[in-house]
Design a protein around this ligand. Structure first.
Ligand code: IPE
Ligand code: IPE
Ligand code: MG
Length: 247
C-alpha cells in the first residue's frame, strides 16, 4: 500500500460509498474446509482485514466499519475466546504502525471493558496515536451489540434529562443519534456480509435503517480487493430512495 498518495491511486468507475460496513463472517468454516483449527481461520481473517483496509483506501472510501467481535461471541468456548482476544492483542501491536503510516484513524465501538486491561490500554493508545489521521476512518466493533448500544443511549438520554441537560420533549432522532457510540459518524451506505449468512447478528441496527445489503458467498479469509471492488460496483447499481417517490 502506498503511504504517500492522499487520493485514491486509480479512480474507480463509480462514486464510492462514503461508509462501508462489513460483517466479517466465515473464519471457522474456512478453517474446517482445510481441516485446520478454527484459530487458523481467525488468523487468515486478520490478513483479510489488512487487505480490506488497503482496498478501502484505494477505492476512496472515507469510513470503514468492521464487525470483529459481537457481544454474543463471548458465549463461544473459552479456548476460542482466548484465541480471538490473543489475536486482537497481537493485531494491535503488529498493525498500528501501518495504520498510522497510511493515515488511518482507528476508533473502537462496543463494550471494551470486557477485555483484559492490557488490551484496553492498547486500544486507547491506538486511538490516541491515530486521532489526527484523516485518510480513512476505521471503526472496529469489538464486544459490540446494537441492542446494548441503543439501551445505553436511552439510559444516557434519561440521565441527561434527569440532570436538567436535556428536555425530553425535544428529544428527536438526531439528538438520540448523539448518544450512540457512532455519534457524528455517517450512517453506513452499504453493509457487506461474507459467508453466505443473511442476517445482521446485532450489528448497527439503528444505523442500518437505509443501508444497502450485500451478502457474499465468499468466506471472510478469502475476501480480497476484487470482492471489495465488486461490492462497490454492485452498490453503485442500486437505486436508493429513502422512502421518497421513485425517480
Ligand atoms: C467470524 O467467523 C469471526 C467472528 C465471529 C469472531 P466465525 O468464527 O463466525 O466463522 P463461522 O461463521 O463459524 O464460519
Ligand atoms: C457475527 O458473526 C459477528 C461477527 C462477524 C463478529 P457470528 O458468526 O457471530 O454470527 P451468527 O452467530 O452466525 O449470527
Ligand atoms: Mg460466524
Amino acid at each position: 500500500m502506498s503511504a504517500t498518495a492522499a487520493e485514491p491511486e486509480t479512480a474507480p468507475p463509480y462514486r464510492p460509498p462514503t461508509h462501508v460496513a462489513v460483517i466479517m463472517d466465515g473464519n471457522g468454516r474456512w478453517a474446517a474446509a482445510r481441516r485446520l483449527p478454527r484459530v487458523a481461520g481467525h488468523r487468515a481473517g486478520a490478513r483479510a482485514v489488512r487487505r480490506t483496509i488497503e482496498a478501502a483506501i484505494r477505492q476512496g472510501v472515507r469510513w470503514l466499519t468492521l464487525y470483529a467481535f459481537s457481544s454474543e461471541n463471548w458465549r463461544r468456548p473459552a479456548g476460542e475466546v482466548v484465541d480471538l482476544t490473543g489475536l486482537l492483542r497481537q493485531y494491535l501491536k503488529s498493525e498500528i504502525d501501518e495504520l498510522q503510516a497510511n493515515g488511518v484513524r482507528l476508533r473502537i465501538i462496543g463494550d471494551r471493558t470486557r477485555f483484559d486491561p492490557d488490551i484496553q490500554r492498547d486500544l486507547v493508545a491506538a486511538e490516541r496515536l491515530t486521532a489526527a489521521n484523516r485518510r480513512l476512518n476505521l471503526i472496529v466493533a469489538l464486544s459490540y451489540g446494537s441492542r446494548a448500544e441503543i439501551v445505553a443511549a436511552a439510559r444516557a438520554a434519561a440521565e441527561a434529562a434527569r440532570d436538567g441537560r436535556l428536555d425530553l420533549a425535544t428529544l428527536d432522532e438526531a439528538m438520540f443519534e448523539g448518544f450512540l457510540s457512532t455519534a457524528g459518524v455517517p450512517d453506513p451506505d452499504v453493509i457487506i456480509r461474507t459467508s453466505g449468512e443473511q442476517r445482521l447478528s446485532n450489528f448497527l441496527m439503528w444505523q442500518a435503517a437505509y443501508a444497502e445489503f450485500i451478502f457474499l458467498d465468499v468466506l471472510w479469509p478469502d475476501f480480497d480487493a476484487t470482492h471489495f471492488a465488486a461490492a462497490l460496483a454492485e452498490f453503485a447499481r442500486r437505486e436508493r430512495r429513502f422512502g421518497a417517490r421513485p425517480g
